[in-house]
Structure formats: C-alpha cells, structure tokens
Design a protein around this ligand. Structure first.
Ligand code: HEM
Length: 437
C-alpha cells in the first residue's frame, strides 16, 4: 500500500482519525442498551426509542467513522489536505459525540429542549466539517475520484437541513406541512445520499487498494453516483409523477437498481482479487454487499406488502441497511485502515527497520477480528428473524440480537485499542503527523 503513489505523509496525525474511530463503537453499545430496556422499538420505526436508536447508529456510529475516514482519505487519496484538520476533527468529534446522544434523548423524552440542543450541537460539529471537506474537494487534483464524495457531502448538508426543520417542527418552533413526506425525504438523503454514495465513492479507492482487486469498471465510476443523484431528485419531487399509482417508483427504481449494480460489481471484483488468502475484512464487505442487495429488493416490494406486515418490514429494512450493509462495510474498512495507519506512522516516526516493529497482522490479529465477525453475523440473523418468529420467541431473538450488538461493539473497541496500545508501546506519538519526524 505504501508504494501506491498515495501521499500518506500528507495525512493528519494518527490521533486525529483514531479519536473518532475509538469513540464510534460506544454508540451501537448505547443503542443496544436502549433497545434492551425499551423493547417497543420492535413495534414501529416511529417510537421515540426507534428514532433514538436510528440516530445513535447513523450519526453516532456511522457519522464518527466516516468523518475519521474522510479526514484520513482526502489528503492521501485526493492529494488535497483538509484545511485546519485538527480543529475540524475536534469539532466533528464534539458535535457528533454530544449532539447524537442529545438528539436521541430528545426523541426518547419527546423533549423539545433536547431535540433543539442536539440539533445545534450536531450543526456546530458537522457544518464546519462539511465546509472544510468542500474546500479540500474543490482543491483536489483528482476531480473524477472526488465527485462521489462531493455528492455525499451535499447529501449530508441536505439531510442536516431537513433534520433541523423536522426537529424544529417537532419542538413547536414552526409549523410543517406533510411531516411524514419530509421525514421520508430526510431519511432518503441521509441513508442513500450521505451513507451509500460515500461508501461507493470510498469503495472505488479502497476495494482495489486494500483487497488487491481489479479497478471498478469506468462505466460504474463515471455514471453510478449520478444515476443515484437523479433517483434522489426524482424521489424528492413526486408531485411530478402524481399520475402513477405509487409516485415514489420513478425515484425508487434507479436507487434500488444502483444498489444492486454496486453490490454485484463489488462482489465480482472481490471474486477476482489477486491475493487469495482468507481475510475477515473481506467477509465484512461481502456481508455488506449481500445485505445491500436484500435491502434494495425489500425496498422495491415494500409498497406491495400487506398492511399488517408493513411495520415489521420497515424495521427489517432499517436493520438490513444500517447494520447489515453500512456497519459491515465500515467495520471491514476499519480493520484494514487502523492497523495500516498504526504501522505506517510508527515506521515513519521511529524509522525502525522492518521486523523491529509490529506488522499489520500483529497490530490487529485476525482471530480477534474473526470473533467480531461471528458476533456481527449472529446479531444480524437474530434481529432479522425476530419480526418473523411467533411471540415470545421473537422478543427473545430480538434481545439476544441486541446483546450481540453490544458484544460486537465492545469487541470492536477492544480490537482498535489493541492496535493503539502496540503503537504507543513501541514509541508511537499520536499527535505527530507523518512528515515532520
Ligand atoms: C442534524 C442532524 C439530524 C437531525 C436534527 C435529525 C432529525 C430527525 C427528525 C426530527 C426525524 C423525524 C422524526 C419523526 O418524524 O418523528 C428524523 C427521522 C429520521 N432521520 Fe434524522 N436527523 C438528523 C440526521 C440524520 C442522519 C445523518 C440520518 C441518516 C444518515 C438520519 C436518518 C433518519 C431516519 C432514517 C429517520 C426516519 C426514521 C425512520 O424512518 O425510522 N437523520 N430525523
């Protein structure tokens, strides 16, 4: 990886992304604990606890890891340093670290004060971050690679704006027509715009680089995320398709198709990877791609399901997309990025010869990662089975699934701390950037 023409010495100090990566697992742990003490998240996606768990996972977990990954990737892959990276990193960490639990508390208690406070803290963290990313993306020397990340950043700002309008409406600050439609838009731009387009943009770089696969085909890297933007815009303007029985369709179809295309192309590239050794991070990616295909298929048939199944189907869709796809891919990336950064910064800082410092496999041993994968897979199976199983088996399966979600989050935290401990033990300095020895 070091000789891939990527400017790792442009990256921020190891401590900047690591702080975000180490805080992220606390949020699925918190979401799991909430779901265990308040089980009515299983009834509908609209209870206070469901909305709290959704935002702890989307903002707290995925948000933290993605901000850390962008802080690291933009200077290295796009050759364009993030301005004021340390300050922006702290803003993002504090804004998400305080804002996500604040917003969750607002949903849980139905308390406008917490809804507004959480929203303001999130904006204070994410708006400076988005502006810094935008500056870096404008200055980049690799515009074609940058477009998906630009679209994802735009989608994040649209999600934040819609979320703030919704939070203000729920807090009685201003009236909003068609709250449900606006919430559907907010969710679509957040999940499909910010999360999915960012994962696709990052995958174009990290799958060939980290898993030694052929590059993504040009027709995919050139058109797929634009097709998704078109789908999101169509989904956002349903009034233009009132004559259709289900006027989400013109937007939903290209979005579902894009999900399936991306997942199938990625699985095919991984099947043609040049290094044929077993690799748990690859298993996380594969699980993520299979979950994305299942989520797209469920989303496509959702409107045709009997009303009695709707609530359970919507919750299953959320679990498939957030935990099956997004969390799996994020963990697959973390288990490659963190040991590499620990090794690279240690080697650069100490100038140690190879063998004198731990290599990537020693920084994060495969058996520890394999343990997490097993917990994660079992969690998914139990949570997805819960709505189908008769009572009380369904509740037992859901609670067991949440216990495994908590176990997986703790395993991830311990695994990342294993790499940090070895880095510090061999003389690494978290606050020192690669170039200035
Ligand atoms: C400043 C940040 C955010 C705020 C203030 C916010 C606020 C809200 C509000 C008020 C609702 C509606 C709740 C209701 O109708 O009762 C909502 C729903 C939702 N939000 Fe957010 N949100 C934010 C960020 C995000 C992000 C980044 C994502 C995804 C990546 C997201 C995903 C969702 C989803 C999926 C729903 C619908 C719930 C469901 O479908 O189960 N939100 N949000």
């Amino acid at each position: 990886m070091a000789d891939s023409g990527l400017s790792y010495d442009q990256g921020p100090p190891f401590g900047a992304p690591l702080r975000l990566f180490l805080t992220a697992p606390l949020f699925p742990l918190l979401a799991a604990c909430l779901g265990l003490v308040m089980p009515d998240w299983q009834t509908t996606r609209w209870t206070g606890v469901s909305l709290a768990m959704t935002h702890l996972i989307t903002l707290g977990y995925l948000g933290m890891v993605m901000l850390g990954a962008l802080l690291q990737m933009l200077p290295v892959v796009l050759g364009s340093p993030v301005p004021a990276a340390r300050l922006v990193g702290w803003c993002g960490w504090l804004g998400l670290g305080l804002g996500a639990p604040g917003l969750a508390l607002g949903f849980l208690l139905g308390e406008p004060l917490w809804l507004v406070a959480g929203t303001l803290l999130l904006a204070l963290g994410l708006v400076p971050f988005s502006i810094a990313i935008a500056v870096s993306l404008i200055k980049t020397r690799a515009p074609r690679v940058a477009w998906p990340i630009r679209l994802a950043t735009l989608a994040l700002l649209i999600t934040l704006a819609l979320g703030s309008v919704l939070a203000g409406a729920l807090s009685g600050l201003w009236p909003v027509q068609a709250l449900a439609d606006l919430t559907a838009l907010h969710a679509a731009w957040g999940l499909l715009g910010w999360v999915l387009i960012l994962v696709i943009g990052v995958a174009y770089q990290v799958v060939p680089m980290l898993q030694i696969t052929p590059d993504y085909p040009a027709w995919v890297t050139r058109w797929l995320t634009w097709l998704m933007l078109a789908g999101l815009l169509l989904y956002s303007a349903p009034s233009s398709t009132d004559w259709l029985p289900n006027n989400d369709l013109p937007g939903a179809l290209p979005l579902c198709a894009s999900c399936v295309v991306f997942a199938v192309v990625t699985l095919r590239l991984q099947a043609r990877r040049r290094r044929r050794i077993a690799d748990v991070s690859l298993d996380f990616w594969r699980l993520g791609m299979v979950s994305l295909i299942l989520a797209a298929l469920l989303f496509a048939v959702l409107h045709g399901l009997p009303a009695a199944w709707m609530a359970a189907a919507e919750i299953s869709l959320g679990i498939l997309f957030l935990l099956g796809f997004a969390a799996s891919v994020v963990q697959g990336m973390l288990y490659k990025i963190v040991p590499f950064l620990a090794w690279f910064h240690l080697k650069t800082q100490t100038g140690a010869r190879l063998g004198a410092i731990p290599n990537m496999k020693q920084m994060l041993p495969e058996p520890l990662v394999r343990q997490h994968f097993r917990l994660h897979l079992a969690m998914l199976i139990l949570l997805l089975a819960a709505p189908i199983l008769p009572a009380p088996l369904g509740q037992v399966s859901a609670s067991a699934g949440l216990l495994l979600l908590a176990g997986g989050a703790m395993r991830l935290e311990l695994n990342l701390r294993h790499a940090k401990t070895l880095f510090l033990r061999h003389g690494g300095r978290l606050g020192q950037a690669a170039e200035n020895k």
